[in-house]
Structure formats: structure tokens, C-alpha cells
Design a protein around this ligand. Sequence first.
Ligand SMILES: [Zn+2]
Length: 116
Amino acid sequence: MAAVCVACGAMKIGAWTPCTKCKHDATTDTGRARALLLSDRNLDAAGLAAASASLKAGEGVTYDEDKVREIAVGIATAPVPSRIGLIMVTVGFLLLVGAIGLMVVLVIRWLISLAA
Ligand SMILES: [Zn+2]
């Protein structure tokens, strides 16, 4: 996802990643909503370039505050993606361990049946 830093106007990858230029990192829901509005989820390439140019020129950008609030509420109530990822990795790992354990048991039983 291409995005523009809401603080300095630098182009960056991902709306919620720290800016590589000014280290600005959106931590509040409102800040993250503004960051999302300045990403390719909301703007096309020309819109991103225009927002970047006016932020770099120190003019700032005007946000649709209704939209900012709406997105901020969505962010506040949405489940944390990293936690979902962690749960999926954990479940996947447990399934893998279970499958390997079952295979080991079957192989051991097969070896025992060969020896008998
Ligand atoms: Zn920046």
C-alpha cells in the first residue's frame, strides 16, 4: 500500500508504518484514520502526489473530518490484525504438531508390527 506521511509528506509503503524520513508514527485512531485517507486506499496516484506536494510545501492537507471520525471508529472497534495473525499461527502450529505426532505414533506402531 502506497501512502503519504501525514507529518512531512514523504511517500512511504503502508499507511500505518513509521515514516522513514521524519519517523512520524500514527498511534491514535484519529491519526491512523488520517494516515489511511492519505494512502492509495483512498487516493489515486495523482491524489497521493498532490497531498505529498502540499505537505512538503508546508501547506498541509484538508481532511474530511466526518470521514476521519468514521474511519477512526472503525479502527477502534476492529479486531487487532496482529492478534488475529498470532492466533492463526498458533492454531496452525498446533495442527502441524498434532499431525507430526500422529505420524510418529503410526510409524512406531508400524515398526512394532514389523518386529512382531
Ligand atoms: Zn514523515
